[in-house]
Design a protein. Structure first.
Lengths: 125, 203
């Protein structure tokens, strides 16, 4: 940063900062400097411990409530036991059986409609 | 940097002995900086200890060990600012509680110092306080870091995380205010405490 070199006050102020630096030297650390730092660290650790404990307790209570709610929900909702109790392969086989019977019904309907058409044509003759 | 990267990494990993070494290496520098930032010898050690406690709890957030010095300066600046704000509040309350006569007596007691040298130092500190009262506490700290601690704009940029131009503007304005206060004092006082030889004028 450039200062106004023509301004004598600028020079005086700069020399004052230098004097201020000398008037405020860093003191020598006392014998208790380091132990005091550690005791403050310990105090802060101790003061944060109850907060963490309270936080953990709150989370545990919330998790228990959520589990209970889900349990009640699963009991109260009606559900297909065969689908839930069977394995995937069993469910797939059952579904294929349903599809096959459906196809049989369609085939039967088609055959019966063909025979009724034939019967109608014969009667016309 | 006053210590090896490895030592800081060990301290980051929870090695208390390494943290002790870091404190030992930096405590003089921090005590000096705090002394000049807060200008109250009786509270310097307390604020410096607070800096190291904050360092202990925030060390895991330090990403690059090469940024350690700026990181520590930033913690020092924040602790000093917190102290200055607290002191201002305390001072306001205390003065509000005292009668005018008590204030005069308190000033007189503060005037009677142990030795001439100490008295001169105290006079310089008081005068600096008077000058720096013309700027905000943030600007006071910024000005001291630049003018007294001799930090470069690059270093200040790393501490404050603002660009160089913004810092230059802030510093210029703060210095102009202090200069104005200095000029006003110069015209009203016979002698202003200063060094015989002026310091380098450009930076």
């Amino acid at each position: 940063m450039m200062y106004d070199e023509k301004n004598p006050l600028d020079f005086e102020l700069n020399s004052f900062w230098s004097a201020y630096r000398k008037a405020c030297p860093g003191p020598d650390p006392s014998a208790g400097f380091m132990p005091e730092i550690w005791s403050r660290i310990d105090r802060r650790r101790d003061s944060s411990a109850p907060f963490i404990r309270r936080l953990t307790q709150t989370f545990a209570a919330l998790a228990a409530t959520a589990s209970l709610a889900l349990l009640l929900l699963s009991i109260s909702l009606p559900h297909n036991t065969s689908l839930l109790s069977g394995s995937y392969v069993e469910a797939l086989a059952q579904s294929q059986t349903t599809d096959a019977s459906l196809l049989q019904d369609v085939a039967y309907l088609e055959t019966s409609s063909d025979s009724s058409t034939q019967h109608f044509e014969d009667s016309q003759r | 940097m006053l210590v090896e990267f490895d030592l800081i990494k060990r301290a980051q990993n929870g090695d208390d002995a390494a943290f002790n070494e870091v404190v030992t290496a930096y405590r003089r520098r921090i005590l000096g900086t705090v002394a000049r930032l807060i200008s109250r010898p009786e509270d310097v050690e307390d604020v410096a200890q607070e800096v190291f406690v904050r360092l202990y709890f925030s060390l895991d957030q330090l990403r690059a060990p090469e940024g350690f010095d700026s990181w520590l300066y930033r913690l020092t600046v924040n602790a000093a600012l917190d102290y200055l704000r607290k002191r201002r509040r305390r001072h306001e309350t205390r003065l509000a509680d005292l009668s005018e006569q008590q204030v005069v007596m308190a000033d007189a007691a503060a005037g009677s110092r142990a030795s001439d040298q100490e008295e001169e130092k105290a006079r310089i500190r008081d005068f600096a306080d008077e000058l720096l009262a013309s700027v905000s506490e943030d600007d006071r700290v910024l000005l001291i870091l630049k003018e007294v601690e001799g930090l470069s704009l690059k270093e200040l940029e790393q501490i404050y995380h603002v660009n160089e131009n913004a810092l230059k503007v802030r510093l210029f304005r703060a210095r102009q205010r202090v200069l104005k206060a200095y000029g006003a004092s110069a015209s009203s006082r016979e002698s202003i405490p200063r060094e015989a030889a002026p310091r380098e004028a450009t930076k």
